[in-house]
Ligand binder design. Structure first.
Ligand SMILES: Cc1cc2nc3c(=O)[nH]c(=O)nc-3n(C[C@H](O)[C@H](O)[C@H](O)COP(=O)(O)O)c2cc1C
Length: 227
């Protein structure tokens, strides 16, 4: 079994995949399932993952990835998108779990249920500014629509990362991309206007020349600050 260190070290952004490799789509299926186990804000799971692999859809999606090398030879393209339109269903799902968990305790204070039945609807209903009381103190944070988009994109990015590491574990490769025409991709997949395409991840099996040079990173000591 590979160690997590091996998996992290193996993953590179790949710009050229092996067209002769016998690509097993089941590997992608398993990696995608694992990706949905990523941590996510309030467990609202406001994400949608679109797997593009049919030849005709792949052809179109690659064009909208600006024909860049990381997409051109990929066996599949995985589109990781936010799903702000799903807030009601997700809040209800969580609320139901909590209601069931506390069903046998009739004196449960209302605030236990408020998070998913009041706070989350307030935050995600898209009604503009939201005064949101943090757990730390009385000072409310003022959350704007843009903040909510950031919240959703953070979680989606973690799902994409989980997916890429799952592929690495199987000896498969990927490249995360933000170089794409978002409106065209959204149109192609039928995503609503309010959704963000957080990242598109190409996948396949690397060719040696698909790795553009040795890994370049800052010294850890210049990035990691101790306090
Ligand atoms: C959010 C994000 C967007 C990226 N967009 C692109 C892209 O559009 N095209 C591309 O070739 N690489 C893209 N990359 C890959 C980075 O260039 C790559 O991760 C970086 O150069 C470090 O190389 P490594 O991943 O091999 O360590 C992106 C990476 C991230 C995390």
């Amino acid at each position: 079994m590979k160690s997590f260190t091996d998996i992290v070290q193996y993953r590179r952004a790949i710009r050229k995949y092996d067209q002769n490799f016998e690509f097993d789509p089941e590997v992608v299926t398993r990696a995608l399932e694992l990706s949905t186990l990523a941590p996510n804000s309030s467990n609202m799971q406001m994400w949608e993952i679109h797997r593009v692999r049919s030849p005709e859809m792949l052809k179109k999606a690659k064009v909208f990835c600006m024909e860049q090398n990381a997409a051109k030879t990929a066996n599949e393209l995985i589109i990781f998108a936010t799903a702000p339109q799903k807030w009601k269903q997700r809040a209800e799902m969580n609320a139901n779990v909590i209601r069931r968990a506390f069903a046998a305790k009739p004196n449960t204070p209302e605030h236990v249920f408020a998070y998913y039945e009041k706070d989350m609807p307030l935050l995600y209903s898209g009604e503009g500014l939201v005064e949101y009381k943090g757990v730390v103190g009385e000072q409310g944070n003022r959350l704007r629509k843009e903040d909510v988009r950031v919240i959703l994109n953070k979680s989606v990015a973690l799902a994409a990362m989980t997916f890429m590491y799952a592929l690495s574990e199987a000896g498969y490769d990927s490249c995360p991309m933000e170089g794409f025409e978002e409106d065209q991709i959204k149109k192609l997949l039928g995503l609503p206007q309010e959704a963000d395409v957080c990242m598109i991840v190409s996948c396949g099996k690397r060719l040696p020349e698909g790795v553009y040079g040795p890994r370049l990173r800052l010294d850890a000591k210049d990035v990691i600050k101790e306090h």
